[in-house]
Design a protein around this ligand. Structure first.
Ligand code: CO
Length: 134
């Protein structure tokens, strides 16, 4: 049902410092920062030949990653994103198999301006899973 790995997301306490590491130490190309108030994050994408790494920094008062950063002050892997052809079909199939969708269950537009959903980490081996319709 799921397709390619779209990205691995790493939450960081400081986006500038994260960009510095990926650009200068690891020598990667990085997109311009993009604020996503609806998701409570500012993101950049590290562009790799076979996938992307999303660096996430908290944006606003009630960012969904603030608590994560409190628990992981240096940052850490936050979620992985798999591509699906049809996000509503994928969602309904996964719900039918007992998976829980976070939020109100309706897709929101993500960083690539495509519909995304998040699945409960307890249902997926302890890892927060994002689905993106491509
Ligand atoms: Co993501």
């Amino acid at each position: 049902m799921i397709g390619r790995l779209n990205h691995v997301a790493i939450a960081v306490p400081n986006l500038k410092a994260g960009i510095e590491i990926y650009a200068n130490v690891l020598g990667a190309n990085i997109t311009e920062p993009l604020a996503l108030p609806e998701h409570g994050v500012t993101v950049v994408f590290v562009e790799l030949p076979n996938t992307k790494i999303e660096l996430l920094e908290a944006l606003g008062e009630d960012s969904p990653i603030s608590a994560f950063i409190e628990r992981n002050p240096s940052g850490g892997v936050h979620h992985i994103c798999y591509e699906v052809d049809d996000i509503l079909v994928a969602r309904d199939q996964m719900i039918a198999k007992g998976a829980r969708v976070l939020g109100n269950g309706e897709p929101k537009n993500g960083a690539h301006n495509k519909p995304v959903l998040f699945l409960h980490p307890k249902d997926f081996c302890g890892t927060l899973v994002e689905l993106e319709q491509v």
